[in-house]
Design a protein around this ligand. Structure first.
Ligand SMILES: [Zn+2]
Length: 298
């Protein structure tokens, strides 16, 4: 599942390619027809991410997307459009490359998109290109009060708090942890505690802060909780900059199995690069957890 950095990159792309321009919105698959009709022919004025959610503001309405496990956007368009994408034709999973055949334009001078492939829930079009959304968990149009109730269920997003001092940040995270007796590893996946963290960031941040994943969230002291917040903030920022999750850097990254990006995530059964203990894997609340029992002891 895409983690928060992917959604922030996506929001930045939508902002760059669609915001402030007339767009047309349709639902080739048909499942978002009514919503698309509400957005069609208008001008989106802001795109933003909060955790794993994308919100595109169109006048007083908001297009709300959550990619879930399978959702992805693909982009296609003329040269100027693809250039603005920086070579990334797809965001989210699965990846489908956009075709690069020459594009015709319609009577308004807009490029004509290729025919939709697969189940395209929503297609956005603007003069120079288009974006197709497939397989999202959520794709709906919200009113302002409905948006407020969605946001109420979301905890602080480190990527939002670094860009605005008015956003909820570390204090809200500390408070969220202090009210939960579930394991800290489970609390990190609770989007009401912290928004945007997924399975890779939770495993890697807990490892680097040497936190026992089974420790009750409320028993993590404030200093360590703050350090964990700062660690996640840095990791998510790196993710936005690089477009991939890389938490392991330096000499240890090249081994016999090629380039390695993570300390513990999906490295169960191998020796910890720090202490040599065998990295463990176990299921916790339906998701796989990875940790080093030698380093993460309390
Ligand atoms: Zn270790």
């Amino acid at each position: 599942m895409p983690e928060g950095h992917t959604l922030h990159r996506l929001a930045a792309r939508i902002e760059e390619l669609f915001v402030g321009r007339p767009w047309s919105v349709s639902s080739p698959q048909g499942r978002f027809e009514a919503g698309a009709a509400q957005l069609d022919g208008r001008i989106p004025h802001r795109a933003e991410a909060w955790g794993k959610h994308l919100f595109v503001h169109v006048d007083d309405q908001v297009w709300h997307v959550h990619l879930g496990l399978y959702g992805a956007f693909t982009f296609g368009g003329d040269e100027s459009f693809l250039e603005a994408l920086g070579g990334t034709a797809s965001l989210g999973a699965p990846r489908i490359a956009a075709a690069d055949s020459p594009l015709e334009t319609d009577e308004h001078g807009w490029v004509i998109p290729e025919p939709p492939r697969g189940a395209v829930r929503a297609r956005l079009r603007t003069r120079h290109g288009w974006a197709d959304l497939r397989g999202p968990a959520t794709c709906q149009v919200l009113t302002a009060p409905e948006l407020t109730s969605v946001l109420k269920r979301l905890g602080p997003d480190p990527l939002r708090s670094v860009t605005s001092s008015t956003e909820p940040g570390a204090e809200a995270f500390l408070h969220g942890l202090s009210t939960r007796r579930i394991p800290v590893a489970q609390a990190l996946m609770d989007q009401r505690v912290i928004a945007g963290v997924g399975n890779i960031y939770r495993a890697e941040s807990l490892f680097l802060e040497q936190i026992d994943p089974a420790l009750a969230a409320r028993d993590l002291d404030q200093t360590r909780a703050r350090a964990l917040w700062n660690r996640l903030t840095q990791q998510l920022q790196d993710g936005v900059a690089e477009g991939i999750i890389r938490t392991l850097r330096g000499a240890a990254t090249t081994g016999s199995q090629g380039t390695r990006r993570h300390w513990v995530y999906q490295h169960q059964g191998t020796g910890c690069l720090r202490c040599g203990s065998e990295i463990r894997r176990a299921e916790l609340a339906g998701r796989m957890l990875y940790w080093c029992p030698g380093c993460q002891t309390h």
